[in-house]
Structures are given as C-alpha cells and as structure tokens.
Design a protein around this ligand. Sequence first.
Ligand SMILES: C[S@@+](CC[C@H](N)C(=O)[O-])C[C@H]1O[C@@H](n2cnc3c(N)ncnc32)[C@H](O)[C@@H]1O
Length: 356
Amino acid sequence: MPRVTKRDALKSLPRQRLVRLAHQFSIRLEPRARKHEIVDELAGSRVLSIPRILASLDHDERKKIEVRLGRPLVHASDVLTHADVHAAELRETQTDAHKKKWGQYFTSAAIATFMASLLDIPETSHLRVLDPGAGTGILGLSLARRLLGRGQVKAVELFAIEQEGAAFERLAASFDVAMRDLGPRLRAHAIQADVLGLATPQLGTEPLPSFDLIISNPPYFKLPPAEDRGGDAPNIYARFMEVASSLLEPGGRMCFIIPRSYASGYYFKRFRRRFHRRMQLERVHLFESRSRAFVVDKVLQENIIVVYRKAGPESGGLVRISTSTTREASSPRASNSSQSRAKPCSRSPPARRTYA
Ligand SMILES: C[S@@+](CC[C@H](N)C(=O)[O-])C[C@H]1O[C@@H](n2cnc3c(N)ncnc32)[C@H](O)[C@@H]1O
C-alpha cells in the first residue's frame, strides 16, 4: 500500500486548521499566506513529521482524508507514531540538565526502523525482545512491528526497561496503543527499573527471562570508577551492552546505536576483552557525518550501529559493514543507498585489531 505523504494529509485540511497546526508547532506563516503556500511551508518543516500530523488529526479529519485518497490512512510509522510524538514532547519540555542526567536523546522513527531491519530474524514462532533504556518505546516497537509482519512469527513478547518517570509514563501509554494496533500477537511489558540492576537481580524481584533479540539506544555518560553498578565499564553505554549480552539466549542477537569510542583506546580495553569473549560482531553501520544521527537533539557523537551475536570467540563469521552518506543519515537504508561489504572476522587479524 502506498504511504501517505505530508502533502496528502495537509492538502485535505481546511486553511484554518492548517494555521492552527502551524501555531501548535510554532511554525511562522505570512499573515496573508494562501492555502497552498501554507501547505508548502508545513510540508517543508522538519518539526512537523508525518507521525505528528497523523497523531494530531481527530477521527473526522482522518476519515475525510481517507475518503479523498480512496484508501485507509496508514503510514509505515503508525505503530511508532505515539512513541515518536511522546519523544517530541519530552524533547521540548525537559531541561537540558535533565536530558544530560539521564542521557535522554531519542531515536527518530527512520533510524529505529533501520535498526530493526538489521537484525536477522530467528526461525522461531514465539520471540522475546528486550529494549533496555527504552525511552518512549520506539526501538522495541519498530522491531516488534517488523517481526509481526513476518508470517512465521506468531507472537512477540516485548519487555522495555525505563527508569526515568516521565519517559516511563509515555512508554506505558505507547505500549497500550501498540497492543491495540498490533493485536494479541504482541504482549508488551513496560517496566520501570534500573537496567544496571538487571545484572544482579535483587531478592524478591522477579528475574527477567532471556531474550532472542535486544535493541537499544542506551544513555551515554561516564560512570565514576567507584560506581558498583557499572562493573568497570568507563561509560554507561558499555555497561548496558554487557548487561544486555548477559540476558541474551545463546545465538541471540543485539543491535545497539552507540558512540564508536569503545572500539579503540585504553579506557575500554578491559571492557572489549570481556565483551568479545562471548559476543561476535556481525554488522557495523557508520554514519559519515558527526551530528546527523540525532539531528533534532544536536548531539555531537560519532555514532555507529552494531549488531552482535552471542557466541564464543571461536565461532568466526563475516562482519558486514555499511555506511550512509550525510544526506541519507536521517533515514539510512541497509542496501540500496548504503555501501555494504563483508569482511572476514573473528579469527582473522584485521577484525581483531579493530575490536579486540
Ligand atoms: C539515549 S535515550 C534513548 C531512548 C530510546 N531508547 C530511544 O531510542 O528513543 C536513553 C534512555 O535510557 C534511560 N535511562 C538512563 N539510565 C537508565 C538506567 N540506568 N536504567 C534504565 N533506563 C535508563 C533514559 O531515561 C533514556 O530514556
């Protein structure tokens, strides 16, 4: 089914409604702008994404657009819409200090969808998925949506862990909507907890099960050496990777978007040794520009997306490497628009030099 475009949706709304939409998202319009000029202005705005437009429509407005288009108003991001809109609210309302304290920078729907596409799907009918540091839930939901689009997957049980209160509330709300949209094949659990505590479950708390797939955009900030929960990982994102790997089924896979700092240098040496003892790197995606992965949050990080499989260091295999150019970085594609090449890994010296 063809996707609805911003223009499709906007053109169907009366001028007055478009002006309200512009006002709601602080988009400035010329006072006497004609309807087609307002449509142009709104369609060209980065702030007003398609999920936001769809989420702001009421039932009658949706119906009207559907009649005009002659088809149901479905967008590839529909299941992600609520998570995306909630993230936008937090982005706008939380202070910089709060965002920094929690490492709270949200993934766009395009990157979430891309990350979900990188994981090979196990041939099992029931899959358990974990999203640690889930924010408003966009990553776990994008993976659940992809898995449930496959005939062979009968059911997905999604666990998402978020510690910060405002994000957790929105996570729970996103899951309610997603379970309604995707039906009984999805069971989604939003859990308010500290991911670092999952490595050593407390007496009296129910331990988590193990997972087939894990997807995460963890927080990034330095951990003080005296911080017990951090193991000896120098940065919280590395500790999230370790905790996640301990929760994977043998053969299970995890996809993380992280800074590339762990791949070299002294500080991460012990972490790399420990981690690569049981985790096999399968895939790396590089963003060629520094800031494009988080355009909205303006976080200057050298991000990479990695996929690891839980397996011993002796298991060998190929590492697939892809890149997206500056222009593609906000909605990368695994094959068409990115270069992909496979490289021998594990026993081969080049990969070891880089990652061991
Ligand atoms: C970089 S954000 C990513 C959010 C979401 N995964 C996404 O991709 O949009 C990291 C999230 O982890 C949460 N977080 C930070 N420390 C945490 C901890 N120790 N345990 C659980 N969640 C944590 C933050 O509140 C934040 O929502």
